[in-house]
Design a protein around this ligand. Structure first.
Ligand code: IPM
Ligand code: MG
Length: 363
């Protein structure tokens, strides 16, 4: 039975890193006889340039029909002046929403060899392995009413942070399930001392916890969580939080590893179908220079094989190949100079792809 993967390279370095990730996918597809077929579509700014829409109906329908989606990155300064509803980000938000990708897994995992790349002391981050679970289709990103309008002679901008019980229950359940497969500790992050929406969030999370007596639940206000992430990040196992808080905290957590270019992510619907993408953005400043690190996207392919396509052996092979390449000192610019000087080889985007492909073929 063939499986259908939609590839959305996007903008900026998106096209460059996806090219390498697709090479890796092709190799495991062949060796493991996975029967994966890929189809590529323009998305984000690239799509806007072609058709005036960041997400066309054709692309949306292909994504609906796909078993999984691999996304590079979208956006860039070129699109800052596009009408608000035509910006690349709007395409991404619509895709998340239309596909019901409510559960966004953003792991922050530190490779031991890269501990020096972190802005924190190695002893604070050595062995860091935390998972941020971000609610992705609700909250202030999608809440109504929203807009900019004239009130009493001046313009006023407003958004609404809103969560229904079902939305909270659904993401909390994902959080407990993920914690159960890890170290069984879940920290729910909210702002319940100020926001009613958070008060309800906390109430529902506590209710869901009744079904997970084996998971230790804690609660933290988001300001404190931001502080604790940079103070003592290893206290966390899984953090579950709302769309906006998760957006912010996951960037902070990613930077703790010193190598945002290493981090994959998954956005899943209720059936486990997913869209996979690197945590980092389209980095227009380095697009076309060969400096982009494709490992986050390559690791996104691995997550896709593991979580949606149920091909754990192929996923393991990719993870092992990436770990080998890192321990052999192969480095893109973003992770170069991390305490292994003398043993490091600086490579460009395509050479990093070569190294991973070679490590897979040698395994
Ligand atoms: C992310 C990004 C997006 C978000 C942008 C590009 C719309 O920052 O995936 O974290 O805010 O969700
Ligand atoms: Mg973000």
């Amino acid at each position: 039975m063939s499986k259908n993967v939609v590839i959305l390279p996007g903008d900026g370095i998106g096209t460059e890193i996806v090219e390498q990730a697709v090479r890796v996918l092709d190799v495991v597809n062949e060796t493991h006889k996975l029967g994966i077929e890929t189809q590529t579509f323009a998305f984000g700014g690239a799509s806007y340039d072609q058709s005036g829409e960041p997400l066309t109906e054709e692309t949306l329908n292909a994504c609906r029909a796909a078993d999984a989606i691999l996304l590079g990155a979208i956006g860039g300064p070129k699109y800052d002046k596009a009408p608000r509803d035509k910006r690349p980000e709007r395409g991404l938000l619509r895709l998340r929403s239309e596909l019901g990708l409510f559960s966004n897994l953003r792991p922050a995992l530190l490779y031991p060899e890269l501990a020096d790349a972190s802005s924190l002391k190695p002893e604070l981050v050595g062995g860091l392995d935390l998972m941020i679970l971000r609610e992705l289709t609700g909250g202030i990103y999608f809440g109504e009413p929203r807009g900019i309008e004239e009130r009493n002679g001046q313009r006023v901008g407003f958004n609404t942070m809103v969560y229904g019980e079902d939305e909270i229950r659904r993401i909390a359940t994902s959080g407990f399930e993920i914690a159960r497969q890890r170290n069984k500790r879940l920290c729910s992050v909210d702002k319940a001392n100020v926001l009613e929406v958070s008060e309800l969030w906390r109430e529902v999370v506590i209710d869901v916890a009744k079904d997970y007596p084996d998971v230790e639940l804690s609660h933290m206000y988001v300001d404190n969580a931001a502080m604790q992430l940079v103070r003592e990040p290893k206290q966390f196992d899984v953090m579950v939080t709302s769309n906006l808080f998760g957006d912010i905290l996951s960037d902070a957590a990613a930077m703790l590893t010193g190598s945002i270019g290493m981090l994959p992510s998954a956005s899943l619907d209720i059936n486990g179908k997913g869209m996979y993408e690197p945590v980092h953005g389209s980095a227009p400043d380095i697009a076309g220079t060969g400096k982009a690190n494709p490992l986050a996207t390559i690791l996104s392919v691995s997550m896709m094989l593991r979580y949606t396509l149920n091909e754990a052996a192929a996923a393991d092979q990719i993870d092992t190949a990436v770990a080998t390449v890192i321990s052999n000192g192969v480095r893109c610019a973003d992770i170069a100079g991390t305490g292994q000087s003398g043993k490091e080889t600086l490579v460009n985007t395509a050479q990093m792809g070569d190294a991973v492909v070679a490590a897979i073929q040698a395994s």
